[in-house]
Design a protein around this ligand. Sequence first.
Ligand code: AMP
Ligand code: MG
Length: 342
Amino acid sequence: MLMRYLGLESSCDESAIAIWETGKGIVYEQVLSQVDSHSPYGGVMPSIAIREHLVGFQILLEKIQLSVDLKRLDGIGVTHGPGLMGCLGVGLAYAQSLQLILRKPLMGINHLQGHALSPFMAHAYAPSFSWEQICPHLGLLVSGGNTLLFKMTHKEAGFTFEVLAQTQDDAAGEALDKGARLLGFSYPGGPLIEQAAKQGDAKAFQFPEAFKKCDEWQFSFSGLKTSLRYFLDKHPKTWIEHHKSSICAAYEEAIVNALTRKVSCALQQTHYQSLGLSGGVANNERLRHACQRIAQHYGVPLFLPEKSHCGDNASMIAFLTSLKLEKIPTFHLNPNLKINED
Ligand code: AMP
Ligand code: MG
């Protein structure tokens, strides 16, 4: 039977709505990014984000009703964590209003699980697709706030997630953004570092990598950022400008190496049926290519989200709603939700 689910996402600085239809996949999606509003502050300002979500969802819901009959929905899913409490609250308030007006079931969706499943959005509606074929699955979730290596399994009751490694301090995206700031780029700096790095030589300089051993199941990026600061302090401004692209390439390479080393360790030690990459940093070509090489080496298929679904979006929330709505558990806002919690 044809089912349609609406997803709402407001955990940080994107207001987004999307519709997932069984057998078709994403049939509607809109994301309002707040980057321009936060950029002058060098990071996300929660008070501004809340205000922008309040206005953003008004715009998004007025627009969707011009082309979609919301009465035909079968359910609604809303991100209930992790994220900024006030931002999550705005999404929930809109979702609950829709639930009351439309009289449709509403469920809370874990934002991290949304990212974790996002590599499968383009595949899961194909009749030949089966979760048994791709699980156990090794996932690397890298965003502005999270750096997680996890094992995903699938049983009749749903998905289970086991965290294999996570960051002890800064997230990978945060390290890129903070490093970019030291180099004089605006926020968010990850894409700007990538752009500059394209003309650089990643081997020209070497930045330190933490937890290099295969039995050290952790990431750490704050030392890397500090080493960039010391490196920049040691050189004159004109020299830095002249070598900027190679500094960016070497810094980006250090982050990609740290991430992919643990992916290789996991694939060496345990049998996985597939590898996946997700989160905003999954936009990065150096990281995507490194994962492609590793997947090829270990003979596992690599699932990558489309670039438009790497950063925060509601399509992954609508998709997960379609997978989960049968259970309809009660839920509450949880800004500290872990990947293995519902
Ligand atoms: P998210 O937290 O999922 O919204 O993703 C935002 C994070 O992804 C920020 O830290 C960005 O700097 C980072 N990011 C986005 N695009 C890229 C890219 N092309 N290369 C590296 N990092 C990126
Ligand atoms: Mg974001």
